[in-house]
Design a protein around this ligand. Structure first.
Ligand code: AMO
Length: 438
């Protein structure tokens, strides 16, 4: 008999079907055994009685065993209907079962709705914890974010590209590189597809990439990991950084709209609201500093806005502008990379921006320098040696349109949508300063 998915059993009342999945829970009531069987589509209550074939063998079956059940789907008595479940109106009277795989006793209880475990324990037992319904919900939202991003980019005629992650030189300079052995040489893991996506613009005008990014940052924070998935984009023929912000704003709206529509069950599990503001407020970096100083009484040390400042600016944007998002624009030249276009009216500022969402930076971007001589000049001003960027500079010898783009952190989006305390919860198998397993 062909397998029926559990979610489809609601359409098969009074039919005999075969379902397959994992034992989520087992409850014994005298001789009657209730099994909640889980497959990729849902969970179904299955009833085993002494009439079930090989009933005695069922005694040994425990959570996480993988089974097939053949039996009749029937409507539950009115008072036993579970409104919370898609399959809550039906159950299966099991006639026959087959054991597909046995399981040892689980070291953590993954059947519970809420797994009140320390994050490190959750991650130590990651192979199991991702089977929990609440943990699993995170990855359904993540899937929707990735899908919506790629779909939207394509709908706007961006070409999907994949760029190399093994590099002979550090992309943007700086100390955030992992060195790895490559035959007899030492090479670096890419900490951004920056240069390659710009090369992509030279050929295709609009490109995007969903790819791994490696950062050798020793930070232990709730928003940093050492390997993450970047949602990058780059577009040509822009007339200013506003075009890039407009495109990023529409992209985020599209992602959130899809998550809100398609992940209702998952959002409910987390009690998460997805609000989509009509317009994302845009304020200059310098104005943000003023707001922090005047309205909130926080003076930033140095030239940048620290995580606490980002949180406070987001609180301000929510209160004053009713928006979970806020763009900070015109970043100071001092703290932006050499490829970011300086503002011709005020060279102390650039056409670089950040996008903050619910207290955290989720994207950086801006207009880039597209003129060869200007780029060389800017490198020198930043005390970089243009000879170290020979391959990158090549792009600008052969005709580059004005262009710009962004890098979005996919995991931070999911973290903020669901209100997860730590970014690592939004990563299937995270890599941090200490963790390289499982
Ligand atoms: P940036 O370095 O700001 O910009 O990175 C872009 C976005 O990537 C995410 N991110 C991270 N997520 C998790 N862990 C980390 N350690 C981490 N570091 C960064 C953030 C951040 O906003 N080349 C530019 C982008 C561009 O201008 O196009 C860049 O890499 O969400």
């Amino acid at each position: 008999m062909e397998r029926t998915l559990i979610a489809d059993t609601t359409q098969k009342i009074d039919e005999t079907v075969k379902i397959s999945g994992w034992v989520k829970t087992r409850r014994d009531h005298g001789k009657i055994i209730f099994i909640d069987l889980r497959d990729r589509s849902g969970v179904l209550q299955c009833v085993i009685t002494p009439e079930t074939n090989n009933y005695d063998e069922f005694k040994k079956i425990r959570p996480q065993w993988v089974l097939s059940f053949t039996g009749k789907v029937k409507t539950r008595p009115e008072k036993l209907i579970n409104q919370e479940m898609v399959t809550g109106k039906v159950e299966m009277d099991v006639q026959d079962f087959e054991i597909l795989s046995e399981a040892q006793e689980s070291p953590i209880d993954i059947s519970a709705g809420e797994m009140n475990l320390h994050i490190e324990t959750l991650l130590d037992y990651r192979n199991l914890s991702i089977r929990n319904e609440k943990v699993g919900a995170i990855f359904k939202v993540y899937d929707e974010v990735l899908k919506s991003y790629a779909d939207y980019m394509r709908s706007q005629n961006f070409l999907e590209i994949k760029t190399p992650k093994l590099l002979s030189a550090c992309t943007e300079g700086g100390a955030e590189f992992f060195k790895v052995k490559y035959f007899e040489r030492e090479v670096y893991l890419a900490q951004s597809p920056q240069f390659y996506k710009q090369a992509g613009v030279g050929a295709f005008e609009r490109v995007f990439e969903v790819g791994s990014v490696f950062r050798a940052e020793p930070h232990v924070t709730s928003r940093h990991v050492n390997e993450y998935i970047g949602l990058d984009a780059e577009m040509g023929f822009i007339t200013g950084p506003e075009n890039v912000m407009d495109a990023l704003e529409e992209t985020m709206k599209h992602i959130l709209k899809n998550v809100r529509e398609k992940c209702q069950d998952e959002l409910k599990i987390y009690g998460a609201d997805v609000e989509i503001p009509e317009k994302f407020p845009r304020i200059k970096f310098s104005e943000a500093l003023e707001i922090l100083k005047k309205k909130i009484g926080k003076v930033m040390e140095g030239n940048d806005i620290d995580p606490e400042g980002e949180r406070l600016i987001c609180e301000w944007a929510k209160k004053e502008k009713g928006s979970d998002f806020v763009f900070l624009t015109n970043y100071p030249w001092m703290i932006r990379p050499m490829y970011v276009m300086p503002d011709p009216e005020n060279p102390k500022e650039t056409f670089g921006f950040d996008l903050l969402y619910r207290g955290v930076e989720i994207a950086s971007g801006g207009q880039r320098i597209h003129d060869y001589d200007q780029l060389v000049e800017n490198m020198k001003k930043k005390n970089l040696n243009p000879d170290d960027f020979k391959n990158y500079l090549e792009i600008f010898r052969y005709g580059m349109p004005p262009h710009g783009g962004w890098g979005l952190g996919s995991e931070r989006i999911v973290q903020k949508i669901l209100g997860l305390k730590n970014i690592k919860e939004a990563i299937l198998f995270p890599r941090d300063v200490k963790r390289l397993t499982p």
